[in-house]
Design a binder for this molecule. Structure first.
Ligand SMILES: [Zn+2]
Length: 186
């Protein structure tokens, strides 16, 4: 059986197969005991789903690349999207970090993705909405961890990675796309 998509297979001590779709390709995570044929069949069954998500992810990347030509409308849309999405993510992650927080605001900024004041007020760059959801989450977790450490010490990063193990990959994505994303700022 041949699959429609190329993918990278990572085997580990997990109990189920899962598929991650990223702009750079498809990653399949599978338990050691599952055969290649079973994995292929699993993917075959989900071909339509994978195709749909692959398109979505690529669309997101395209949006990011076009950030430099954001219209007034786009800014309004991104801002309201950020106000809807980010407080929700903060609400989800705050108990996992074990902290509280104050007000949440969103802005369009030239130099930063987020900030956290000593009072726990959080500010996010709404251009984050041009990035994939997990990248948005990595910024949310970063800022929430500043409720524990107002620095970027080893302790700070230990906490970030405890709550969000995929942090480094997301941070790298942000660094790589920063210039394109921030081109959208006014
Ligand atoms: Zn920081």
């Amino acid at each position: 059986m041949k699959n429609k998509f190329e993918y990278t297979l990572i085997r580990s001590r997990r109990s189920t197969i899962c598929v991650q779709i990223k702009p750079e390709g498809i990653v399949v995570r599978a338990p050691y005991l599952v055969t290649n044929a079973q994995i292929k069949a699993f993917l075959k069954e989900r071909e339509a789903w994978i195709e749909k998500h692959l398109m979505k992810v690529r669309e997101q990347q395209r949006k990011a690349e076009q950030a430099g030509i954001l219209s007034e409308e786009d800014h309004k849309r991104l801002r309201s999207e950020a106000l809807r999405v980010l407080p929700e993510r903060v609400r989800y992650y705050a108990p996992l970090v074990g902290v509280d927080y104050g007000r949440i605001s969103v802005r369009c900024q030239k130099t930063r993705w987020g900030s956290c004041t000593a009072q726990g007020n959080l500010n996010f760059n709404y251009l984050l909405m041009l990035a994939p959801p997990e990248v948005q989450d990595s910024v949310v977790v970063h800022e929430l961890c500043h409720r524990l450490y107002m620095n970027h010490s080893a302790d700070f990063y230990r906490e970030v990675l405890r709550v969000f193990p995929d942090y480094r990959r997301c941070r790298q994505w942000l660094l790589r796309h920063e210039e394109i994303l921030l081109r959208g700022q006014r």
